[in-house]
Design a protein around this ligand. Structure first.
Ligand code: HEM
Ligand code: HEM
Length: 246
């Protein structure tokens, strides 16, 4: 059987390496910070209920770690989308499309940075919505593959893309609602419920992301993928947008 692995790492193109940045960033940065955020969240609760004595910095640190998780996830998702777009020749629609996609990526990043800075509730909500809309807009491009867009099909629920954008949306909402979570007991309870879902989705992403890494060559059409022997190895030759994966 022909090996799907390159003879040496130098066989990988710059786009292959860029595609690796998404899982590496999530594994090396996001998941460790998620662990710290959850532990700090438990300490915040113990402090509030008087179960243990905790420094006043614990709630502040929990929210700061949470904001880093949100920022890490959004940046990692943008990198995944950028690498998919580049791998499939995002210039296919000509200069206007290139400019529009560049603007959406820049605007999404700007909205994320603004979300971490602005104070007024309406501005926080607008920045979070703009950031999420940017991810959804980029995700709707044909270069970004999805198993199914039909919520009544099994493919939709096992899609790495759809659970990824749902997770990003929940994190953006939580980050936007920080002051209200501190002030309003009802929102604090909602925060707890939503973040139980966030933890499940983080586990789902780890499983479906690893599945996708195993199932597909990173970038079809690049030299690395062209070395595959489809009948023997099952690697794919169609663009990822047309592939039955993730
Ligand atoms: C992995 C996800 C997360 C989990 C499991 C989690 C868990 C918790 C828990 C258990 C509490 C204490 C609730 C209580 O007192 O009963 C809490 C409070 C809080 N969380 Fe999270 N959280 C998560 C993510 C986030 C994120 C992403 C942010 C925002 C960026 C955030 C902001 C806050 C804030 C502002 C509070 C209130 C702190 C205070 O009372 O001063 N959390 N969280
Ligand atoms: C917080 C967790 C994660 C989120 C929110 C997330 C989100 C996403 C999104 C929205 C995409 C679609 C972009 C595109 O297709 O271009 C994507 C792609 C990808 N992700 Fe993740 N991901 C996460 C974790 C992981 C992990 C842990 C791995 C691997 C160990 C992984 C591997 C991949 C791969 C290989 C792709 C490209 C192929 C595909 O679209 O499925 N992801 N991710």
């Amino acid at each position: 059987m022909t090996s799907v692995l390159p003879d040496s790492p130098s066989a990988m193109t710059a786009i292959d390496w860029l595609a690796l940045v998404h899982p590496v960033l999530i594994i090396l940065f996001v998941y460790p910070v998620v662990g710290a955020t959850i532990r700090l969240g438990i300490l915040v609760r113990e402090k509030r209920l008087g179960i243990t004595r905790q420094p006043d910095l614990v709630p502040v640190e929990h929210a700061a770690h949470g904001a880093w998780v949100t920022a890490g996830v959004v940046v990692a998702v943008l990198i995944a989308m950028l690498s998919s777009l580049l791998a499939h020749g995002w210039a296919s629609g000509g200069v206007p499309r290139l400019l529009a996609l560049g603007l959406v990526i820049g605007g999404t990043l700007a909205a994320l940075l603004a979300l971490l800075r602005v104070r007024r509730a309406a501005l926080r909500a607008a920045c979070a919505l703009l950031c999420w809309a940017g991810l959804l807009g980029l995700g709707s491009q044909p270069e970004i593959g999805r198993l199914s867009d039909n919520p009544f099909s099994a493919g939709f629920w096992s899609s790495h893309y759809w659970s990824g954008v749902l997770l990003s949306g929940l994190l953006l909402f939580t980050t936007a609602a920080r002051p209200e979570i501190i002030r309003l007991p009802r929102l604090r309870r909602l925060h707890l419920t939503l973040n139980l879902l966030v933890m499940v989705l983080l586990a789902v992403q780890a499983i479906t992301g690893t599945r996708d890494l195993v199932q597909m060559p990173l970038i079809p059409k690049t030299p690395l993928a062209q070395r595959c022997d489809p009948p023997a190895s099952g690697c794919m030759q169609t663009p990822r947008s047309a592939m039955p994966a993730h």
